[in-house]
Design a protein around this ligand. Structure first.
Ligand SMILES: [Zn+2]
Length: 62
């Protein structure tokens, strides 16, 4: 039996993602827009609620 995949939708580009089961706080990278997304919540039906992680990539020159 294959590992069941759960569905999620990227909040940025609305791509439907299929991923192995994840838990709250885990992160994944959207293959479409390459944003890092964090699992905010897992719905009762297994759907993931994802949120973009604000990544500060500023180079302060240090
Ligand atoms: Zn995306």
């Amino acid at each position: 039996m294959a590992t069941p995949l759960i569905s999620a939708v990227c909040p940025e580009c609305e791509t439907e993602l299929s991923t192995p089961p994840m838990v709250q706080g885990e992160t994944l990278v959207c293959p479409e827009c390459m944003l890092t997304l964090r699992v905010e919540d897992v719905e009762a039906d297994g759907t993931l609620s994802l949120a973009m992680i604000e990544v500060t990539l500023r180079d302060w020159g240090q």
